[in-house]
Design a binder for this molecule. Structure first.
Ligand code: PHE
Length: 452
């Protein structure tokens, strides 16, 4: 078993937990979870999402970490090495390629939304939402995203930040930042949940919306979206966690660590929902408002709260941090591969990747302004399409393949070595990875296709 990688290593298990939860916790939890839950009717959607996290997500996360750690290389090379060591075809490395592509596509729209977050730090800080109404908050949002230059500028700033961090390697600077910022984000979310509980007057409605399930309302497409959200929020199916696993200390328990990360991630998503929906109902907003939901409800809440100008600004700073720690994991598979393949520096690799993502992202930058009526599929703009295709098709597909590989192909010698600390959970993991995860994902795919 290799004990280190050429890219460096996390200094401890805790650092791996921080980095991986930094990857998992991001816009997917605070921005995307509430709005897709809203669009898909709430409760039943949330149940399917939770089932996917525990039955499909955790086993696949274990598989990714295991493959990454056993090979200690970029996902493309890790898949090749693991396949060779298991006497399987090296075509499995295509899975690594698919992940790199998914990372580019995801970051291309992720950075646009993260750019909106950066802009909102200043908007909230300026006090422009103090005493605002639902209508004003909505028109402020529409006005902002309608301005192509502003959106482009903030998107570019975000890509720049991502490149400058990844170029340096996931340094101790970042590890330390995550160590302090994640707990503060958690704490502020708790404060916001309490605020929503006591002041909105609609907390119960919010709870009910998220947790009372009426499965009749659920279409197979919503089930597909719930499953896609589970993959997205845990950063699975594209190699981000595999890449991070390559730098994980060899004696840490993989199953325990993966479960911990999934629990934290789920906690943040549910808390975000418990902040946003009471506010939606209290202000007579639409629960299905789409991607703008967070950008309308939160400024509104902060605008009505004592000290809201300050807390609102701090909150959006933390969301930006959560987005940054996820963005760097989206490009790590590509960067690590370029470094291995071209034998070049991380700086060059990061610039190359950043440049490509920036170009691709222009389509999403334009989606809310000059291309707002250019639809790729149905009513989906470029941004919506990137989001839909990656989350609902590429990530689950990558996930099934990873599960099949880890469950059926990967040599049991490697698995035994990697899961020594998790002996008694091994059969459960193997059952979920071999049968439940691939079958569940396939059924959802097929039913969603048939229903359309
Ligand atoms: N998990 C991140 C989030 O919830 C997004 C992400 C997806 C990051 C895939 C890496 C890989 O915001």
């Amino acid at each position: 078993m290799k004990s280190d990688s050429i890219h460096g290593m996390w200094s401890s298990r805790l650092m791996f937990v921080l980095a991986a939860s930094g990857s998992a916790v991001g816009l997917g939890n605070i921005w995307r979870f509430p709005y897709v839950a809203g669009e898909n009717g709430g409760g039943a959607f949330v149940m399917v999402y939770l089932a996917c996290i525990f039955l499909v997500g955790i086993p696949i996360m274990v598989s990714e970490i295991l493959i990454g750690r056993s090979a200690r290389q970029s996902p493309i090379n890790a898949m090749r090495t693991a396949a060779e060591a298991s006497n399987a075809t090296s075509c499995w490395q295509l899975l690594g390629w698919m992940g790199v592509l998914a990372g580019f596509m995801i970051l291309s729209f992720y950075a646009v939304i993260a750019g909106w977050v950066l802009a909102y730090i200043f908007q909230l800080g300026s006090g422009m939402f103090t005493g605002s109404s639902g209508e004003l908050a909505k028109s402020a949002f529409d006005g902002f995203v309608g301005n192509v230059w502003e959106v482009l500028a903030w998107f570019t700033v975000f890509i720049g930040i991502t490149i400058s961090i990844t170029a340096r390697g996931v340094s101790s600077g970042l590890e330390v930042a995550v160590k302090y910022l994640m707990p503060i984000l958690f704490f502020l979310l708790v404060v916001l949940v309490i605020y929503a509980a006591f002041t909105s007057g609609h907390f119960l409605e919010g709870l009910q919306f998220l947790f009372s399930f009426d499965f009749d309302k659920l279409s197979w497409n919503s089930v597909l979206v719930a499953m896609g959200q589970a993959f997205f929020t845990l950063s699975l199916g594209m190699g981000a966690i595999m890449a991070y696993g390559a730098y994980m200390p060899k004696d840490a328990s993989i199953v325990g660590t993966a479960t911990l990360i999934a629990l934290m991630d789920t906690g943040v998503a549910l808390m975000s929902g418990l902040v946003i929906f009471p506010l939606v109902f209290a202000n007579a907003l639409e629960s299905s408002a789409g991607p703008g939901l967070m950008f309308i409800t939160l400024p509104l809440a902060f605008g009505q709260m004592a000290g809201g100008q300050f807390f609102g600004c701090v909150f959006f700073i933390l969301v930006a941090f959560a987005a940054i720690t996820s963005a760097i994991s989206l490009v790590e598979p590509a960067i690590a591969w370029i470094v291995e393949k071209l034998n070049t520096t991380r700086l060059i690799a990061a610039l190359l990747v950043g440049g490509c993502v920036w170009l691709l992202g222009l389509g999403s930058v334009f989606s809310t302004n000059i291309w707002s009526d250019v639809f790729i599929f149905g009513e989906m703009t470029f941004l919506d399409t990137m989001d839909y295709v990656t989350n609902n098709i590429i990530l689950p597909l990558g996930g099934i393949l990873i599960a099949l590989f880890a469950g059926w192909i990967l040599s049991s010698k490697i698995i035994d070595e990697e899961l020594v600390a998790d002996r008694w959970l091994y059969p459960i993991w193997q059952f979920l990875t071999r049968f439940i995860a691939p079958i569940a994902v396939s059924i959802v795919f097929i039913m969603a296709l048939l229903q359309d």
